[in-house]
Design a protein around this ligand. Sequence first.
Ligand SMILES: Nc1ncnc2c1ncn2[C@@H]1O[C@H](COP(=O)(O)OP(=O)(O)OP(=O)(O)O)[C@@H](O)[C@H]1O
Length: 330
Amino acid sequence: MTAERSAPVFELRDGSVRYGTGSVEAVSQVSVQLHRGEILGLVGESGCGKSTTARAMLGLVPLSGGTLLLHGEPVRRHDRRLRRSVQAIFQNPAASFNPKRSLLDSVAEPLRVHGHGTPAERRRRALAELDRVGITEQLAHRRPREVSGGQCQRAAIARATILRPEILVCDEPVSALDVSIQAQILELLAELRAEQGLAMLFISHDLGVVASLCDRTAVMYAGRVVEQGGALDIAHDPRHPYSVMLQDSVPSLDLAAARAPRVQPTPGAEDVDGRQLAGCRFATLCPSVTTACTTSPPPLRQIAPRHEVACVHPFPSTTPRVAAQPSNTV
Ligand SMILES: Nc1ncnc2c1ncn2[C@@H]1O[C@H](COP(=O)(O)OP(=O)(O)OP(=O)(O)O)[C@@H](O)[C@H]1O
């Protein structure tokens, strides 16, 4: 899969988010660039900040630091351009629909909010959009609880794309679906990318799905992006010790490798008082740690074309790899 390498359509630059009055940042200086027609996978263990990054890019939470840029121009989180250009789909689509309204009404709603057309025109466009994602007119009149999870997610995609956004933020969009339905939704997303040139942020726990769908992958650990590069490079030749651990945690048919992960996962981005570590947040777990790792957070640096790692001692690229298996989760 190739994506145009022009200027990013949308960017979070050095974004940080702090919830409430807590001293701990949920994400710290995270930079994410999305190019037209590109799908960026965002992976990492539960609680590392993936959804917070998504919420920040959608303008749903304020940034405590950093900037959102749309076509290179800074935008504030309540800016109408952001609302229109960046849409989202989530893990549980039924929860984001009004249970009392038909799918058709909900899909037409963004057109009403943005002042498009007459009620009849909006209805016609919503039906066409639903048809495009595989929802018949008969289904369109049902309420969310009267359709399957896959059909509801299709309707959520229609609602997200009806204003022709440039960017789609997908937060675990297939995690709650059966495997066969997952494949259909992923195919639909790939079609939308091809047809409309949509740029997507795709959050998933499924490393196999990310490797097959995405162009690039960013790996997060404890609120920071620790590695990013081509999706296949990250899947087959991860260089950050945490990315290696993540790949090794994918169940493998190679039992010797599965029994002997090279990096053992344990919690540890904070010290005993709950303060965030000054240096690399993976330092307390890392087999390669030296004092150089504990003074300041290592910045992302390029180690190969379009492959960056935030590590003082990245694994060599010749490290024998256990390939990610499709449809396994971390
Ligand atoms: N509304 C909130 N208020 C306070 N802390 C929050 C809130 N939402 C998330 N957090 C904290 O922010 C950190 C990042 O959470 P986030 O949901 O972004 O992680 P995640 O990687 O998306 O996890 P998961 O894969 O489980 O969805 C976690 O420590 C979490 O407890």
